[in-house]
Structure formats: C-alpha cells, structure tokens
Ligand binder design. Sequence first.
Ligand SMILES: Cc1cc2nc3c(=O)[nH]c(=O)nc-3n(C[C@H](O)[C@H](O)[C@H](O)COP(=O)(O)O)c2cc1C
Length: 356
Amino acid sequence: MKQLFSPIRVGRYPLSNRLVMAPMTRSRAELDGTPHVSAATYYAQRADVGLIVTEGTQPSDDGQGYLTTPGIYTDAHVAGWQAVSTAVHAKGGHLFIQLMHAGRMSHPDNTHHHRQGVAPSAIAPGVPMFTAKGMQPIPEPRALTTEEIRQTVADFRFAARRAIEAGADGVEIHGANAYLVQQFFAPSANTRNDQYGGSIENRARFAIEVATAIAEEIGADRTGIRLSPGAKLWGIDEGPQGPALYRHLVAELDKLGLAYVHVMHQGDEPLLADIRRLWKGTLILNRPGRAREQIGADVVSGLAELEAYGQMVLANPDFVARLKTDAPMNDADHHTFFGGAARGYTDYPALSPAEV
Ligand SMILES: Cc1cc2nc3c(=O)[nH]c(=O)nc-3n(C[C@H](O)[C@H](O)[C@H](O)COP(=O)(O)O)c2cc1C
C-alpha cells in the first residue's frame, strides 16, 4: 500500500499518489455544454487522488452523444471548466479533461443541433440509448468523408488547446468503450476503403493522428489516451486481428512519448502483458469491479504505475483518506449516476476529522 501513496511524475506533473479517478459521465452540464457550477465542488471534493480524469467531454458539436454532457470548445465551456480547474488546483490536485467523441453512439434528440450522428461507416450500433423521451433505438449514423475525418482530428486539437486555456493540466483521448476512436478500430463499425479502414494500420490511423495532433498542440507530456482492448460493447467487435491492432497502436503511441496510456482492462491477459512491454511510459490500469482488497496489487507487481477507480471515488470524496485509514467505503447509488442535482453528486459524506 505504501507504494500507492508515494508521489510519482506523470508527464510534466508531480502527482501526490498513484490513485486516479476514472472518467465518469454524470450528465449534469447545462444544455449548451457548459459544466454546471456544482462540478467545481464535485471534483474539488475528490482532489486527494493523484490525478482526476474528468467525465467524457465533447470536442465539437458532432462529438456529443448523450444528454447534458459537457463540451470544451466554446468560450462558455472554457469559463465553466476554468472554475473546475481552479477549485481542483486549490486542493493540490491535478486534472486531465477526457475528450470524448461519441461517434455513432449518439441520438439527435440528445443534442442541441439534432443532427444525425457521424461515424466511420453508416452502421447503427443496434442498441437503444437513453434520451429525453426515454429509451430509443440509435438511428443509423452518417459516414464521415475523408476530409471530415481530417476536420475531426482538427476538432480534437482545438479542444485540447481550449482545455489548457481552461486551466486543465492535460487531456485524455477517449479511445475506449465503443466511442468514435474505438469505432475506427472495429470491422463491425468500420468498413471504409480509404486510408482509415481495412488493414490494422489504417484502422489505427485515426487514433494515432488525434494523439499526434494533440501532442503537437499542447505537448505529449500533457496528453494521455484511454483504451479498452477487446471490449465488446454496443456492437463493437475488433475481430481476430484486434490484439495485433493494439500491438501496432501502442508501439506507435510509444514513439510519441505521451504522458500515459490508460487501459480499462477486462480479459486478455497476454495482450495486457504485450501492451506493458510495448508501451515504455506510464501505464494507468483500471480493472472494472475490482475488490477493495485488490487495490494496490498492480502497482506493487509493477504491471502499472497508477491504478484508476471509478465508482469507489464517485461515492467516496475522501477515497485516499479512507484507504489510508482502512475506513469503510460508501456504496455508489446507481440511480443518481446520470442527471439530477446534488443528490448522489456532491452529497456523499466524507469522514469526520476525528475519523481521519
Ligand atoms: C457513471 C459512470 C460513468 C462513466 N463514464 C465514463 C466516461 O465518460 N468515460 C470513460 O472512459 N469511462 C466511463 N465510465 C467507466 C469508468 O471510467 C470505469 O472504467 C468503470 O466504472 C469501471 O471501474 P470501477 O469498477 O472502478 O468503477 C463510467 C462509469 C460509470 C460508473
């Protein structure tokens, strides 16, 4: 455990410990994508982790998929995030804003522009999605033209610049969980025959171009990426070449010298070992549903430099203090994950000073 609480440098930042708040969508932003004022309180409460990765945040209008998720491209977004960064820094914490383009995981009823979603190919994910009118099937998306893909890379670059203007310490590219970046990886979502489809090199190209553009814009040492190799979510199937695609991708990312790779891991242990070998930099590992007794095991074994936790941090604003003192954890309330106000957001109790 001691190792978990020891400082570590990630990219250009000295972090106070090796615990990371995993990115979690909370759907409480204003309709124009400006973070709600209470986001500053929510994140500052959790600033005792070494690094906060924020909720998925759209880099452009077309990047939005769900209701009331925040953006980071307008002046209002920057002002909203500025309040969050200031509050987190005042507590000695660090935050990377997760840049999430939903791609085909989008419903026109959820966005202010109501446009059809965009994706590598015009293939619907075949699953329903929550909208203001309840659950609805996700309509078929429109395939991006090659020129539009270049513009989407530029949108990510612009959003990264704006995140830094908002005082964030860096950005994490959301390359996991069936959103746009992973849609490019998967033949089930990508049947393109230009340089972004077909071979594993072509399917990995979009992710590498986004990472390269952001690293150029704000510095590789302020750029991270999240991956979920093999995750079969919402119609995503990377096929038999999936592991080979990740080996190629991670080797290419290694050349860029990014601040970190963040793996949400659910299965293929040999592939995880390959990623660890091919990626020489800092690795953050998130194992969904990990039991409390296992916390710290991956740092101790040397598999990862940092460990990310989602629901435990959501429910325990003083997660690190509770770990240090072996105090019981609050349980996360699933009913208040998405949308709503303070309940289940900023009102989870912290330990009293006497208990710390
Ligand atoms: C409410 C909620 C929202 C989430 N939103 C995101 C997100 O925006 N981006 C992302 O990469 N992962 C998201 N995740 C996945 C978490 O980052 C994490 O991988 C997952 O919860 C498993 O870790 P845990 O068992 O420690 O919670 C979300 C999870 C939850 C519970």
